[in-house]
Ligand binder design. Structure first.
Ligand SMILES: [Zn+2]
Length: 218
């Protein structure tokens, strides 16, 4: 069950187009998986549309605008090829939320990192560094904090990080005030999609030796 959602303010900024492209992508993908946030967004959109109509009603030829919209050609025959809806690791298919499907062909192969972790880079252009990260059972990312922000969406499975337990669809925003060590004990493991805007910083014990390699996670 989804327990972690964007805040109301983050949803409003998303609807208004006032959040970063990375935040917009992760909120959009979360919303594909979360009926509750879909409902919130519908309410926010309706409220914004209402106040826009109220303030612009004298200047805006609403009837004309509507007829122009309805004259637009319908997009027929448009469908996403089946292979674009999933990514594969080790013979397992993971279904992606709609917002992430356009990045399937920008996703590199999974490579094996330390500690039962797999990582596939996603080329988002200037939006930030994104990866699909798969934690096999008992897979563990060493304890770290963040020099910037880390946005994570749980695509499939469950994981914990010493702060909370997360399930499929959960939306997680971490920054330099959070120290955590994600791991999965689920037999099916856990696939997440993650965007960071600066390298991780490993904080504990031997993992600190990883800091020169933190670009591996970036
Ligand atoms: Zn939600």
């Amino acid at each position: 069950m989804i327990s972690f959602h964007p805040t109301q303010l983050q949803l409003i900024e998303f609807v208004e187009g006032n959040c970063t492209p990375a935040m917009a992508l992760v909120i959009s993908a979360h919303t594909d998986m979360c009926p509750l946030c879909q409902k919130h967004i519908n309410v926010i959109e309706a409220r914004i549309a209402e106040s826009a109509i109220e303030s612009d009603v004298s200047e805006c030829d609403f009837g004309n605008m509507l007829s122009e919209i309805t004259l637009l050609p319908a997009a027929d025959g448009f469908s996403i090829p089946r292979e674009d809806q999933t990514i594969e690791l080790d013979g397992r298919q993971f279904k992606l939320p709609r917002a992430l499907r356009k990045y399937v062909n920008k996703t590199g192969n999974f490579s094996h990192l330390l500690g039962n972790l797999w990582q596939a880079p996603v080329d988002l252009g200037p939006m930030g560094k994104a990866n699909f990260i798969y934690m096999q059972k008992n897979g563990r990312v060493p304890e770290h904090t963040h020099k910037g922000t880390e946005l994570t969406l749980v695509i499939d499975g469950e994981f914990s990080d010493g702060i909370s337990n997360y399930d499929t669809g959960d939306f997680i925003l971490m920054d330099n005030t959070n120290v955590h060590a994600p791991y999965s004990e689920a037999s099916e493991g856990c696939l997440v999609f993650s965007i960071v805007d600066a390298p991780l910083h490993f904080t504990s014990g031997v993992a600190r030796l990883l800091n020169p390699f933190s670009h591996l996670f970036f």
